[in-house]
Design a binder for this molecule. Structure first.
Ligand code: 5RP
Length: 229
């Protein structure tokens, strides 16, 4: 027996939508028959999945998606794109959005709290296309966004103390829509948004070394990344 299908829509206004749709079409043009593709999260990735679904249908392609959030997994299912976990397949390539990128292709991601699985796809892909509309380029990383840090809930106080030692001026426990209290990630952890004015090449590794930190949304020196503009 099959479940009745249901529609998945993006739950708020999509900023820079025209530009994001153009990027979505661009990345959909890169899909080849037989590809295993890491699917990122966020509104740009959401639009990219819809464009990829159109190509799969038009060109009768066989593709497997490794989604980075339930939102994208549900979208794939509603559009008939088969999904798998990174435990079953290593992606041939991936795409994703970003909140910020600088001239060295360093990124801050994780507005959507999906950076743990996003980083797993990115480190496991030979090639990663980051779909970045005009608003995403910054001179200095951290200019617009804090660094999201997924943290084991009982470790919050220790992690904040250590982030301050690393130079964080402000650490905010993320709270959000649809739920009282902290936003819980898909891995049952919390998010700390940490403001750093000085982001150096060692910061991603130093954050990761703190016991209690699961992952951060900072990406420094990933040479498999190509920014699609
Ligand atoms: C989600 C992310 C997104 O890729 C990032 O926030 C960009 O989002 P959008 O495409 O909606 O601008 O990292 O965790």
């Amino acid at each position: 027996m099959k479940w009745n299908n249901f529609n998945i829509e993006w739950n708020s206004e999509i900023t820079n939508e025209t530009e994001k749709v153009a990027l979505a079409k661009k990345v959909a043009g890169k899909v080849k028959d037989g590809d295993v593709i890491g699917f990122g999260s966020g509104s740009t990735s959401f639009l990219a999945v819809k464009e990829i679904a159109k190509r799969i249908k038009a060109d009768k392609l066989n593709v497997i998606a490794i989604p980075t959030s339930y939102e994208i997994k549900l979208l794939c299912e509603s559009l008939g794109i088969p999904t798998a976990s990174i435990m079953e397949f290593k992606p041939d390539w991936s795409f994703d959005g970003t909140d910020e990128y600088n001239d060295q292709n360093w990124l801050i991601k994780g507005r959507g709290a999906a950076m743990f699985k996003e980083k797993l796809n990115i480190v496991n892909s030979k090639k990663v296309y980051i779909l970045a509309d005009n608003s995403k380029h910054v001179k200095r990383l951290g200019q617009k966004f804090k660094i999201p840090i997924e943290c084991f809930p009982d470790a919050i106080k220790y992690v904040v103390q250590e982030l301050e030692q690393l130079g964080a001026n402000e650490c905010v426990l993320r709270t959000g829509k649809g739920k009282d209290g902290p936003v819980m990630t898909e891995n049952n952890n919390v998010i700390l948004d940490a403001k750093f004015t000085n982001i150096d090449k060692d910061l991603e590794k130093n954050i990761k070394l703190i016991p209690g930190v699961i992952e951060s949304g900072l990406f420094i020196g990933y040479d498999n990344i190509e920014i699609l503009k």
